[in-house]
Design a protein around this ligand. Structure first.
Ligand SMILES: NC(=O)c1ccc[n+]([C@@H]2O[C@H](COP(=O)([O-])OP(=O)(O)OC[C@H]3O[C@@H](n4cnc5c(N)ncnc54)[C@H](OP(=O)(O)O)[C@@H]3O)[C@@H](O)[C@H]2O)c1
Length: 262
């Protein structure tokens, strides 16, 4: 059984730990600077935990670094002495940090993989893209299996990772912003807040199922009767710069991801 060590038991690391523990396909370990974050995983799922990243690295075949981008360098330096040659693989989920920045701090030939997940992983409906350096190619199926336990996974060339980070990594926050604006708009029109929330959440969930079967344009055209309410809303929203704001937002997020990578 592959021994998987997750460094950072936060939003992404914690989601992986819960789902992987339930799947029972891997031997799991976890580390975090906060012992109190690790306790529930040890107590409820029997996961082996430690506050030492190096100790975790010694006991793992595959390490997944789920720490913030600015903490990746420190973590890699801590685990590097325990990552001997091609025996262990290192995966990062950090926004912006390229494989080359991780590789250069590890022994030559270490398999390094990069994943960009999103927070929907916490409900098993995540989206993730994955890539690797040449030595890491052999580990791709295992890493894809791991992230499949929390949602959908695809391979993507690393040159597109900053764009993907902007699109789906940050994506749940944009959808939440849109949802909040819709709820507020409903309240402004006099709909009770709890009713508005239920209508908006149901609409987003239902539309996401429709979008799996049809193009976005098809869904739009099915709703938009000529001369009707939706057409009136589209004109008003587009005049206010709705679509342009989305293009600008994604471009700004992609640029920020590039800056994180230095
Ligand atoms: N959250 C998202 O929606 C999302 C989406 C896509 C990708 N990502 C990427 O996923 C990574 C993790 O994000 P997250 O939101 O899961 O972060 P998070 O919730 O802050 O979890 C990270 C955990 O690691 C701990 N940590 C910090 N330094 C450490 C070290 N040296 N050794 C061990 N543990 C350490 C943190 O403690 P402290 O809180 O004290 O720092 C925290 O408990 C980030 O690089 C992010 O770019 C996140």
């Amino acid at each position: 059984m592959t021994r998987v060590g997750i460094i950072g038991a936060g939003k992404i690391g914690g989601s992986l730990l819960v789902r992987l523990a339930e799947s029972d396909s891997f031997e799991l370990g976890a580390s975090d600077v906060h012992q109190e974050y690790l306790a529930p995983y040890a107590d409820q799922y029997g996961i082996w935990t430690t506050s030492s990243n190096r100790e975790l690295a010694e006991r793992s075949d595959l390490l997944i670094m789920a720490v913030k981008p600015w903490d990746v360098g420190t973590v890699v330096d801590e685990i590097s002495p325990s990552v001997t040659g091609t025996e262990k693989a290192v995966t990062s989920v950090a926004a912006g940090v390229p494989i080359s920045a991780i590789e250069k701090r590890l022994p030559e030939g270490t398999p390094v993989l990069r994943v960009m997940p999103n927070v929907c992983a916490s409900v098993g409906l995540g989206s993730a893209v994955v890539t690797s350096n040449e030595p890491g190619r052999e580990m791709l199926p295992t890493v894809m299996e791991i992230f499949r336990s929390v949602g959908d996974v695809m391979e993507l060339p690393e040159r597109l990772f900053d764009a993907a980070t902007a699109l789906h990594g940050s994506g749940p926050a944009y959808v939440a912003l849109f949802a909040d604006a819709l709820i507020q708009a409903g309240v402004r029109e006099g709909i009770p807040r709890d009713v508005a929330k239920r209508l908006v959440v149901g609409t987003i969930g239902g539309t996401s199922v429709l979008l799996k079967e049809r193009s976005a344009h098809q869904v739009r055209d099915e709703v938009m009767t000529p001369g009707g309410t939706t057409a009136a809303a589209f004109v008003a929203m587009e005049k206010a710069g709705f679509v342009g704001a989305i293009y600008d937002g994604i471009a700004a997020a992609a640029e920020q991801a590039r800056e994180l990578g230095g």
